[in-house]
Design a protein around this ligand. Sequence first.
Ligand code: COA
Length: 331
Amino acid sequence: MVQLSGIAITGCGSAVPNVALGNDGMSRLVDTSDEWISTRTGIRQRRLADAQGSLRQLASDAARQALEMAAVQATDVDLIILATSTPDDLFGTASQIQAELGATRAAAFDLTAACSGFVFGLVTAAQFIRTGTYRTIVLIGADVLSRWTDWSDRRTCVLFGDGAGAIVMQSTSERDGLLGFELRSDGNQNNCLTLAFQPQPHHLVDDIAIGQGSFQPIAMNGQEVYRFAVKKVPEVIEKALFRAHLSVEQIDWLLLHQANQRILDAVAQRLGIPDEKVISNMAQYGNTSAASIPLALDEVVRSGRVQPGDVIAAAGFGAGLTWGAAIFRWR
Ligand code: COA
């Protein structure tokens, strides 16, 4: 009989590129200003991977730190899930990370759910642990969106940055650290935020033509995405809290995908969560997509703000459209 296990989040780590581009630098690139960017988004700078920088390297560095904090050997890892929309290889980058870490026993795969990827990955990983299939999982959220940003489009290029964050999830016979979750998707709104493949007909032989082409840079309807986020994110958090049998007051921290400070403020206000419980680091990094939640988690854990036993309400939202919330306990 399958033994149902609880989940413990036992380690975290993060990595960002060294190169920082501030808002003043951004205003030399497109018609914008530090004043516009910081008042409309809360972002002051973003980190950017250089031409030699790889997603694999950022993700592996974050994962190594998480393993070290959890005191877990790479050879004890059963599964690596890499949440990303910007792989080094479309066939998947998780296996390269598995090799880099020396996690010889681990299966590894990529998971794509854009800026919701970390939350979707957390819930996916939890299923393997709950069923008793795996005991130790490394979940990484990592993106290098700078590769796919339209650097001539001021409506989008000011928002994004590169980075990686990781956690270690382990089975436990003690109290379950994943208290509740809710995942949602709405493909009808897909065109609000895309990084789409654009095929051109390529004639092979006879009347056979296939589509070949490349991915087009990120395109976004910012106002639609904003409206979607401030409406749907509070709903999904409330649903996850309901599943966790918790009230909003019992949350110690609100950890949202770091897209826009105004979105964080609006969601917190709708839920009645005071500012001091809202984790925010987007001023330093911008929107790092699947990396933003574990990157922010790592900072608040290492600074001592988040303490073992604290209850965190995390929510991701973004392209797909996808959105989801997970209520979990740190350690
Ligand atoms: N610098 C200066 N002006 C800019 C600008 C920039 N970087 N980007 C847009 N503008 C201009 C627009 O052209 C527009 O000018 P106009 O009135 O002359 O046409 C004006 O600022 C207002 O644009 P608007 O799109 O209404 O701004 P906004 O207040 O909605 O803010 C976003 C734009 C993108 C910051 C905001 O919509 C947002 O954050 N949306 C969510 C995006 C997001 O989080 N995406 C990722 C989800 S994972």
